[in-house]
Design a protein around this ligand. Structure first.
Ligand code: NI
Length: 172
């Protein structure tokens, strides 16, 4: 496994629409392991492949709050099957939008069809943080970031801040 570099906003790559995966093979599994390690190292709870520069419809997540316990989840080609009209609000952040947080409304429950780590078709019925997190990650596959849901003013303030941060620190 290897830790990969997480791309941060502003970066055109993050706006790219990711492509479906043809099959879950060794290469895709290695990518998922790398993404998981990268996510854990950055103290994140979700990561999409495009955040490490790979435009494939792959997501890893672990929302387990218990210390020293890991519950990794892998999603390949996820599709939302159902969304609850009732909304829930969570304070969201994103490893590609470092140190910025905002309350975002999303459907409180959803059903997601996807392929797992072994390429098996699965159906997830998600609610609470899990529902919010999978929807946030699936937005990445469409080139959408949580700051896109904010007012133009708020969004541009955040992007300005991040741009300044980038110019004052050497990009790696
Ligand atoms: Ni994110």
């Amino acid at each position: 496994m290897a830790i990969r570099t997480i791309i941060t906003e502003p970066n055109k790559l993050l706006r790219q629409v990711s492509k479906p995966v043809n099959q879950v093979g060794k290469e895709e599994q290695k990518l998922m392991k790398d993404m998981l390690e990268t996510m854990y190292a950055a103290n994140g709870i979700g990561l999409a492949a495009i955040q490490v520069g790979i435009p494939q419809r792959i997501i890893v997540m672990d929302i387990c709050k218990e210390e020293n316990k890991k519950e990794p989840r892998y999603f390949v080609n996820p599709i939302i099957k159902n969304k609850d009209p009732l909304k829930a609000t969570y304070e969201e952040g994103c490893l590609s939008v470092p140190n910025q947080f905002a309350d975002i409304d999303r459907p409180s429950k959803c059903e997601v069809e996807y392929l797992d780590y072994n390429g098996q078709k699965q159906l997830l019925k998600a609610e609470g943080l899990l529902a919010t997190c999978i929807q946030h990650e699936m937005d990445h596959l469409e080139g959408i970031l949580f700051i896109d849901y904010l007012s133009k003013l708020k969004k541009s303030m955040i992007i300005k801040k991040l741009s300044k941060l980038k110019s004052s620190t050497a990009e790696v």
